[in-house]
Ligand binder design. Structure first.
Ligand SMILES: [Mg+2]
Length: 389
């Protein structure tokens, strides 16, 4: 059976929701993001893009390029509400939905010919329902696998509809630049260019030794993607209730300072697990078991999405302040609940971007060298050094 994967991505989502709620903004350059001059653009309308504004751009530069822009701080609760509406349409269309972020998802629509008349009809239906029921436009990509579907949805934004068939896949992607393949960044692109490879077609027939040298153990995966092949399944979200870790100490902890040190370590472990599974959370619980086995828990709920080690640590330490410490502590635990999946949401504040970068770096190190690589206070130092490279 031919597999058909649909990738749906909302167009300029945050800005589009602002226009939806305030039609007077239609046709204007709407820019959503951190409002301080040190903030960054989170999303902007296509009108704003004509001025050269794009997401992740420093807000100060956006103001320079587009002084007449409509600058808005963003309303995350409202965006999540609209997102839930869109996701429920997806769940109507297919039992296999994998949400990637607040505004995009993969749907496996294989074998649904009888239901919809074919994959194309399913894609058209998704677009039509989002337009009619939510009032927004989405771009849809249909292809035999995830890699091609995501590429397809990106090709004719906004309001795009692109189908890549199995037969045409290879020819279709051959002329595209190698950076269209997820994981090929500027560094690998440069190395490929040195051996005369700059488009995906050339990459698909590249010498195996060259690929091994540049991509190491990922060489074969890269070659398959370059051939348009990708067998990752659409994995529907099965949501755990919370993600946590606890440690029992060989010797009881007797003061807050040593508790804080262990909380820092636990925060790193919990943060890593959350991010690796693609979750963020809203409620943090600290568990303290004393020498006499009496256990207390304290919880705190945050408005914003918690996923960085720093956020987890800051909240846990705040809870620790409320915990009496007359006896020794034999166990500490941290758990994050109220989970959501996808990219944790920030509204483009510079601090969010920095935290995100730090998390990315520590996660890469942990995935490569094991979790013990970064712990205690050493962590920010290592990360700063890496960022400087
Ligand atoms: Mg989008």
């Amino acid at each position: 059976m031919v597999r058909w994967i649909m990738h749906v991505d909302m167009d300029a989502f945050f800005a589009a929701v602002e226009v939806l709620d305030n039609p007077a903004l239609r046709g204007l350059p709407v820019i959503v993001g951190g409002q301080s001059l040190r903030g960054v653009v989170s999303t902007c309308s296509y009108e704003a893009r004509r001025y050269g504004v794009h997401s992740a751009m420093p807000m100060a530069l956006a103001h320079k390029l587009c002084p007449e822009g409509i600058y808005l701080p963003g309303r995350m609760e409202r965006y999540k509400e609209v997102s839930r509406q869109i996701m429920s349409i997806f769940h109507d269309l297919s039992p296999l939905v994998e949400q990637l972020s607040i505004d995009e998802a993969f749907l496996d629509v294989s074998g649904m010919e009888r239901l919809y008349g074919g994959p194309e009809q399913a894609g058209r239906l998704a677009k039509r329902r989002i337009k009619e029921e939510v009032g927004l436009t989405a771009s849809v990509g249909l292809a035999p696998n995830k890699f091609l579907a995501k590429m397809a949805s990106d090709l004719h934004k906004p309001d795009g509809f692109t189908v890549i068939t199995h037969e045409h896949a290879r020819a279709f992607i051959a002329p595209l630049p190698v950076t269209k393949i997820f994981g090929i960044g500027a560094a690998a692109q440069k190395e490929l260019l040195q051996v005369g490879i700059d488009c995906i077609g050339q990459l698909s027939v590249a010498d195996a030794g060259v690929l091994r040298r540049i991509f190491g153990k990922n060489a074969e995966r890269v070659r398959l993607l370059a051939c348009g092949l990708d067998d990752r399944p659409v994995t529907p979200d099965s949501e755990p209730k919370s993600i946590g870790r606890e440690t029992t100490f060989e010797r009881d902890l007797l003061d807050k300072e040593s508790c804080r040190r262990h909380i820092l370590e636990l925060s790193g472990m919990v943060g890593y697990r959350l991010r690796r599974k693609g979750y963020y959370g809203h409620t943090l619980t600290l568990k303290v078991k004393y020498t006499d086995f009496r256990t207390i828990t304290r919880s705190i709920t945050s408005e914003s999405d918690i996923s960085s080690d720093e956020d987890i640590y800051a909240l846990a330490v705040r809870l620790l302040e409320q915990v009496p410490l007359q006896k020794g502590v034999r166990l500490l635990g941290i758990a994050v609940a109220g989970l959501g999946s996808g990219q944790p949401l920030g509204l483009g504040f510079e601090e969010d971007a920095k935290r995100q970068r730090r998390s990315d770096v520590t996660d890469k190190l942990k995935a490569r060298f094991g979790e013990q690589i970064i712990f205690l206070g050493a962590f920010s130092l290592i990360v700063i050094e890496l960022e400087a490279c």
